[in-house]
Design a protein around this ligand. Structure first.
Ligand code: NAP
Length: 256
């Protein structure tokens, strides 16, 4: 038995839980697992996971370390978003302190292909500076950080987010769209046309979920201001749920 904590809040974490739930028949070497998924509580009504779920921050590195010890966690899979640098750093530090095995599940970044017009930005502040005056931009960056664009009074933004902005949160000129990303390129293209958008601002999240807007921008010839990922701590890293199962099997073999 391995007591596994999955740090989630992403489609990757959801896919991983499902994969591990289905895996025993496919992968006889996969150990028996007791899985807990942890969510930050960033989304008001997250979809349920088919396993034990805890919601809310741990309260920093020391408290995360204390949680790992109290729950007798054997292994942690950090399946958080590529831009969730805070929890990734905390998990790295807490697992180091407690001697808990840690694996980072990280999807590959998107790469530009023929027809893409990407403007690379090192962070969101740079992305806000890279938009030209008069731009009409889709801000597909979530809710928390749209304020970075608030100083740009010379642009118009369609701010897409799942939950509404916090009361009093500074926003750039524009409109809030409470919606998840569209899965189809055609739907994203129609949204861009409907609002007369000239730019898309996106984090380089990678994966299939948010890619439709990138493909739509390419089809419409729109520039994408693409924000690069923050650096990752050193450590074990894989990109597929299948590789997590293999890592767990090796952990059990090493422990038995
Ligand atoms: P962050 O900056 O790395 O984390 C901020 C704090 O939130 C952490 O210090 C931790 O609080 C808490 N936290 C984050 N993920 C947690 C988890 N899975 N379980 C328990 N506590 C967690 O994270 P963020 O960028 O705000 O993202 C928050 C969540 O949304 C993450 O779980 C991430 O996977 C998901 N998400 C983020 C993005 C994005 O663009 N950043 C996009 C999609 C989904 P304590 O220090 O109190 O423990």
């Amino acid at each position: 038995m391995i007591r596994l904590l999955i740090l989630g809040g992403t489609g990757d974490a959801r896919k991983l839980v499902q994969y591990l739930a289905d895996a025993p028949s496919e992968l006889p070497a996969t150990p028996t697992l007791h899985i807990t998924v942890s969510l930050a509580g960033a989304v008001a009504a997250p979809k349920a996971y088919p396993c034990r779920t805890r919601i809310g921050g741990f309260g920093g590195v020391e408290r995360l370390a204390a949680y790992l010890a109290a729950e007798r966690i054997d292994a942690v899979v950090d399946a958080t978003h590529p831009f969730a640098a805070g929890i990734t750093a905390n998990a790295h530090a807490a697992c180091g302190q407690t001697g808990t095995s840690l694996l980072r599940l990280l999807r590959p970044a998107w790469q530009p292909v023929a027809g893409d017009r990407w403007i690379e930005a090192g962070d969101l502040e740079e992305a806000a500076r890279r938009l030209p005056a008069g731009a009409r931009a889709l801000l597909a960056i979530g809710r928390k950080e749209v304020g970075v664009f608030a100083g740009r009074r010379d642009i118009w933004c369609l701010m897409r987010m799942i939950d509404p902005p916090s009361p009093g949160q500074a926003l750039p000129p524009g409109e809030v769209l409470l919606a998840r990303p569209e899965a189809r390129e055609e739907a994203e293209a129609a949204l861009c046309r409907r609002h007369g958008l000239t730019h898309v601002v996106a984090k380089n999240s990678g994966g299939g979920w948010g890619y439709a807007k990138i493909a739509a921008a390419r089809a419409l010839g729109l520039p994408v201001v693409m924000v690069s990922r923050p650096p990752e701590p050193d450590g074990n890293r894989v990109s597929r749920a299948e590789d997590v199962a293999g890592w767990l099997s090796r952990l059990r073999a090493a422990g038995s």
